[in-house]
Design a protein around this ligand. Structure first.
Ligand SMILES: Cc1cc2nc3c(=O)[nH]c(=O)nc-3n(C[C@H](O)[C@H](O)[C@H](O)COP(=O)(O)O)c2cc1C
Length: 437
């Protein structure tokens, strides 16, 4: 945190302090939406641990209205990254209950993010990935991912059932909502994107067909959890390469476009979604792996604001904009302008877990400066850039889970060694395709 704090009195006029009622009737206490970050805290059994409990207790006490968990996989054999939790039956119900109880302390909502990686599952942890269509991932990281098998209709039906079952177990365990991960190049995003989906059956081709998998998943989850349980969907604004000017319109040729994304959002609204979490990140330029730290943050500002402005007139369902929020002024502006109804924040909460309290209660007006993570060795930074950044933030989450304060001065080399110690050499495989967030 920077030291330029100006203390102001927190009042109910603070836009971030306003409660929000969702379409399902549930009210969340304020506008802070802790976005999903894979905690990398599960062992080989993919079960949640006491460390999850302690981490989420710290965040719940930190004052956010909603905490979204890191992505929880619907299948133990199909993980997106080492250290993922997977929930496909009730074997871990006791620990899930403890996790949910900690995350819902202090009147906080704790929602489980549910995901399937599709082909974006590193070969070091999954030699047999599944995807809408066969075809190896190209580009410089291609060799980290095995060639996936095209899903059969039965396998598609099985995965839809798995999403619903994981949501049902989350609800039974005491999580107070779920977020379906349809962004960042994972399975649902692969179905949506014509760059990944070459199917010729009812799940491929037209937009309605490409979106069918998401809608089937959504409907199955809604049926499993009932009408009064919040369901959010995290969706990419498009297959847009995150260009130098992140908010410029720049659809990837032949990819999932902004128009298509808005159409999907409208359909989700009609189906009863409670919140759309707008995100992005594609092959060409990743959102969080560029590692520019605070300098880059200041240049870019809040991500996807232009897209959120386009969405504003089109939807009545609440939106949360995620990425780039570092100070109260930007948050208040985005809320007052009406381009978002919640403030999605990920990395700053790994450094300042009580940021919502600092802003709402203490009136903190400073800015969370993310450091530029480096090993000090250029070729290493270049080779492991994305993993370096993600491991660094995972290390901070592990510190919080062990009862320590986050330490912004930790170097990149320590983060890399930490990742290898936690997960073995698999830690060094890219967690997401280059260009996907
Ligand atoms: C360590 C780490 C893990 C992440 N894991 C997930 C995840 O499991 N699911 C997800 O939707 N996004 C994930 N993200 C992306 C964040 O939710 C968020 O979209 C991104 O960091 C931009 O927001 P920020 O600028 O506030 O950090 C992760 C980000 C980081 C740094």
């Amino acid at each position: 945190m920077t030291n330029d704090t100006t203390m102001t009195t927190a009042t109910s006029a603070v836009p971030t302090a306003e409660p929000l009622t969702l379409p399902c009737g549930v009210t969340v206490k304020n506008r802070f939406y802790k976005s999903a970050m894979n905690e990398a805290l599960a062992g080989r059994d993919c079960a949640p641990t006491e460390a999850h409990v302690r981490l989420y207790r710290a965040w719940a006490r930190g004052g956010a209205g909603v905490l979204v968990t890191g992505n929880v996989m619907v299948d133990h054999t199909q993980l997106g990254e080492p250290g993922n939790v997977a929930v496909e039956d009730e074997r871990d119900l006791v620990m899930l209950r403890r996790w949910a109880a900690a995350g819902t302390e202090n009147g906080t909502h704790c929602w489980m993010q549910i995901n399937h990686p599709g082909r974006q599952s590193p070969v070091t942890i999954n030699p047999h990935p599944l995807a809408p269509s066969a075809g190896k991932i190209d580009g410089e990281y291609g060799h980290f991912f095995a060639e996936p098998t095209e899903l059969t209709r039965n396998q598609i039906r099985d995965i839809i059932r798995r999403f619903a079952n994981t949501a049902r177990i989350a609800q039974k365990a005491g999580f107070t909502g779920v977020e379906i991960h349809a962004a960042h190049g994972y399975l649902i995003n692969q179905f949506l994107s014509p760059l990944d989906n070459h199917r010729t059956d009812e799940y491929g081709g037209s937009l309605a067909n490409r979106a069918r998998f998401l809608f089937d998943v959504f409907d199955a989850v809604r049926e499993a959890v009932g009408p009064q349980f919040p369901i959010a969907v995290k969706l990419n604004s498009s297959d847009v390469p995150i260009a130098v000017k992140v908010n410029e319109r720049n659809d990837a040729p032949g990819g999932f476009s902004e128009e298509e994304s808005i159409w999907v959002m409208k359909q989700l609204e009609a189906r009863g979604v409670d919140l759309i979490d707008i995100s992005g990140g594609t092959y060409a330029k990743p959102v969080i792996q560029t590692n520019g730290g605070a300098v880059e943050d200041r240049r870019r500002g809040v991500y996807f604001t232009d897209f959120a402005r386009r969405v504003k007139g089109e939807l009545s369902v609440p939106v949360t904009l995620t990425g780039g929020f570092r100070n109260a002024a930007d948050m208040n502006r985005a809320l007052s302008e009406g381009i978002t109804q919640m403030i999605g924040i990920a990395r700053p909460l790994a450094l300042v877990p009580d940021l919502p309290n600092c802003i709402i209660r203490d009136g903190w007006q400073g800015s969370v400066d993310l450091p530029r993570v480096t090993t000090g060795i250029k070729p290493l930074d270049k080779a492991f850039g994305g993993i370096l950044v993600i491991s660094w933030f995972e290390l901070q989450m592990h510190r919080i889970a062990r009862g320590h304060r986050p330490n912004p001065h930790i170097g990149g080399m320590r983060a890399l060694l930490f990742a290898i110690k936690q997960h073995g050499p698999a830690a060094l495989a890219p967690r997401r395709r280059k260009g996907r967030q």
